[in-house]
Design a protein around this ligand. Structure first.
Ligand code: SAM
Length: 265
């Protein structure tokens, strides 16, 4: 049996999600590699390169960005941001706050931080928070808000978007990397067969946890399409770069994942 997420009401979602991520925390990185055949690393590299932290981006400070990585989990995006700022843009002042609702995922991130070049540099910190309520973060204080493979788990995505808008400085960027809808119908068929059959099985064999991985596959299927998600970001008040050509997002691997961005006016 699995969680039957189709039938649970929204009030239960948060505690179910908490259970899933506590259960997968220690195997999370290995499982990501197995399930995506390593491709999630390429998507994350591409996502970070496109944001160019610490670089010459119109509207952003030249160096010393304050980045908020929401649902930052084990730090996959945060470390890439700091590496990019440091190694590509020679910026040692950019700072990342990793925020996650789950203490077990944060513990994995802290473990990795302690072994990274950023330990004791003051360039990385952690907060435990629900993305729907970031009251500890002041208005207009963040240059870049990132959320990677996190937002589909939020109960109230509109509230998270509102908080993102509030904490960003004018000109600040909201950037989301998330699973999306595959464009090619044949590829979509193969991909759905793979994900619905293989991912829960890999979860069972490798992590001893079929239910959590069943949930992950279902949550991907239920997340809005590229267009719907872009419109939700727009409705929260963001300007959508590239929206004038009818798009306003970037598909990765034929839409298995997509990057959406919004700029706070
Ligand atoms: N960003 C990382 C990455 O790209 O590998 C981790 C993604 S992981 C699939 C999803 C994360 O979202 C988990 O760490 C989970 O605890 C977090 N999460 C789920 N619901 C949340 C919420 N309402 N607020 C903040 N974080 C949440």
């Amino acid at each position: 049996t699995h969680f039957g997420f189709e039938t649970i009401d929204e009030s239960q979602k948060e505690s179910k999600v908490a259970g899933v991520f506590s259960s997968v925390a220690s195997s999370y990185d290995t499982m990501n590699d197995l399930m995506s055949l390593g491709i999630h690393r390429l998507w994350k590299d591409h996502f970070v390169r496109g944001l160019n932290p610490g670089g010459h981006t119109p509207g952003a400070p030249q160096q010393g960005w304050h980045i908020l990585d929401i649902a930052g989990g084990s730090g996959d995006i945060a470390f890439r941001m700091l590496d990019h700022a440091t190694n590509i843009n020679h910026d040692r002042n950019t700072h990342v706050t990793i925020s996650d609702i789950n203490p077990d995922m944060l513990a994995e991130g802290r473990k990795r931080a302690a072994q990274s070049p950023y330990a004791r540099t003051g360039r990385l910190d952690f907060i435990e928070a629900n993305a729907e309520n970031l009251h500890m973060i002041p208005d207009d204080s963040i240059d870049l808000y990132t959320v990677s493979f996190g937002i589909r788990n939020f109960t109230h995505k509109d509230m998270a978007l509102r908080e993102a808008y509030r904490v960003l400085k004018p000109g600040g960027v909201f950037a989301c990397l998330e699973f999306s809808k595959v464009r090619n119908p044949l590829f979509d068929f193969v991909y759905k067969r793979w994900s619905f059959a293989a991912i829960p099985l890999i979860g069972q064999v490798v992590a001893g946890d079929r239910d959590s991985y069943q949930y992950l596959v279902e949550s991907i299927d239920r997340f809005p399409s590229q267009t719907e998600w872009r419109d939700m970001i727009k409705d929260a008040g963001f300007l959508i770069p590239g929206a004038q050509d009818g798009k306003g997002w970037e598909d990765l691997t034929d839409g298995i994942a997509a990057v959406h961005k919004g700029v706070k006016p």
